[in-house]
Design a protein around this ligand. Structure first.
Ligand code: PEP
Ligand code: MN
Length: 337
């Protein structure tokens, strides 16, 4: 439910109303806009009489919010959320580029890739240390050692780190080493993990599940927001469809849809979406054209011998070419890289 106040409502009237609303046992979220103040009522609002609230002098109208996601809803928070990660603003005018290998393999590998992507203009370094692999016999990542190598790469290049968490048991480790904690597609509905991440003060990159709807994704974001962590970045990384030419199907329409439904920033992963390195450039350009706030791209210095996702990883030389083209697309969209 959302209470829209009349313009020029005094602070005294606002505080009085908020106190009354809090008594009916719901969480109250205040959003002070340039023209109007909105009060979002989160929780069980079934016993609240809309008509009684509308009788208050300072209230213009009360609207029922149909969608099950509230804190992630643009109706509650009309302005875009912009998240500051080490001085990089995600969700603002600048397009943020996260680049790096699927997994950290060695010190030389991660440092070389970090230096190359930085030179080409990337804003963040990605690298998996704990890998969610379909086969238990496949490379599972270097674990804590991988996080240590990412830290070294950050010291050398200054690039903030994005890495995937698989278990809440690793939270302390991630809290120390990583600037954005990634929740992978397979864990998007690991609600216990989401609840733990909701309690910390660290940005979360939440990837869309393989078979999840846009609403499912926003409900998972709601778990993180509802516990008090407001820094959620969404990621469209392709969904399972009947098409099998590509690894997944990039749902480009999810970007404008999510921009309409939610205030949270959304980025696109063209690498996992296609599974094909030669398609990364086209999908990256398309993603920026439909309004994505950034990209997460897999880059490897030796894709043929990569321990994970080599077929979809682009070489740093290619990344450099792609970045130059993306800068032009960003300009057309009145943004910059
Ligand atoms: C990854 O980013 O390497 C990854 C495993 O992504 P996803 O969870 O989207 O499959
Ligand atoms: Mn990968």
């Amino acid at each position: 439910m959302m209470v829209i106040l009349k313009p020029n409502t005094s602070e005294e009237d606002l505080n009085k109303l908020v106190a009354e609303l809090k008594e009916v046992c719901v969480e109250v979220q205040i959003n002070v806009g340039v023209e109007r103040t909105l009060i979002g009522l989160v929780g069980d609002t079934s016993n609240i009489d809309k008509g009684i609230i509308e009788l208050k002098e300072c209230v213009d109208k009360v609207l029922k919010v149909q969608e099950p996601f509230k804190k992630a809803n643009r109706k509650f928070h009309p302005q875009d959320t912009v998240i500051d990660v080490c001085g990089n603003l995600i969700g603002g005018k600048q397009i943020q580029i996260i680049a790096g290998p699927c997994s950290v393999e060695s010190e030389d590998q991660i440092i070389e890739i970090a230096q190359r992507v930085k030179q080409s203009g990337a804003n963040f370094l990605r690298g998996g240390a704990f890998k969610p692999r379909t086969s238990p016999y496949a490379f599972q990542g270097l674990g804590q050692d991988g996080l240590k190598l990412l830290k070294i790469a950050k010291e050398i290049t200054g690039l903030p780190i994005v890495s995937e968490i698989m278990s809440a048991r690793h939270l302390d480790m991630f809290y120390d080493s990583v600037d954005i904690i990634q929740v992978g597609a397979r864990n998007m509905q690991n609600f216990d993990l989401l609840k733990e991440l909701s309690k910390i003060k660290k940005p979360i990159l939440l990837k869309r599940g393989l078979s999840s709807t846009i609403e499912d994704l926003l409900m998972s974001a709601e778990y993180i927001l509802s516990g008090g962590n407001t820094d959620v970045i969404l990621c469209e990384r392709g969904i399972r469809t009947f098409e099998n030419y590509t690894r997944n199907t990039l749902d480009l329409s999810a970007i404008p849809a999510i921009k309409k439904l939610s205030h949270l920033p959304i980025i696109v992963d063209p690498s996992h979406a296609s599974g094909l390195s030669w398609m990364v450039e086209s999908l990256s350009k398309a993603a920026l054209a439909v309004g994505a706030d950034g990209l997460i791209i897999e880059v490897h210095n030796d894709p043929k011998n990569a321990k994970c996702d080599g077929a979809q990883s682009i070489h740093p030389d290619m990344f450099d070419v792609v970045m130059k083209k993306l800068k032009k697309i960003a300009e057309i969209e009145d943004r910059f890289i």
